[in-house]
Design a protein around this ligand. Sequence first.
Ligand SMILES: [Mg+2]
Length: 196
Amino acid sequence: MLKFLSPYITLFNTLKQFWRGRIIRAEPFGFSRRADNLAAVDLALLIQNGIRGVILDLDNTIISEDDRYLSPGAEAWIEQAHQEGLRLFILSNGKRRYRVEFWSLRLGIPALSSAKKPFPFAFYKALTRMHLVPKQVVVIGDSCHTDILGAWLMGCPWIQVATLPHPFRWWEKLLGKRVQIPYPAYLELWDCDVRY
Ligand SMILES: [Mg+2]
């Protein structure tokens, strides 16, 4: 019985270590791998470290998945990134296509929905359309198991931002806590006025 279970135990332990950040010991990117929110990411530092493009997550990174909150200063940050000449792309696992298209138009960023992160297919598409190689593109998102794992599989640098407040998912209810980094209480939140 134990022999049968041992590969699964090894896999579980590997995933646990990945989760705790013990396996991810990639070369330092030259910038912090964590940020409170999108606006807290230093664009000048990214450019200084050879970054030419950004793959962004949408849900709970730019806007909360229940459309309640907008990440403060995110739109100004995106505008600034455009002005600095960075190529931006949105990869969303969201299944509501009209919603992703709406934000793609509003922010002026091409987007792919149902991206099925962390699988690399959508990342490949994004990189091809950006005409950049993985090292030049930073992935910014809130979820360790989709955005960060996907970036790691692709060989892209990444920045994990705190997740915007949103309703607990069933597995989070089961765990009794958020699986992402909770949004810091001292940070402001902007209400979102969008109605589709
Ligand atoms: Mg997300």
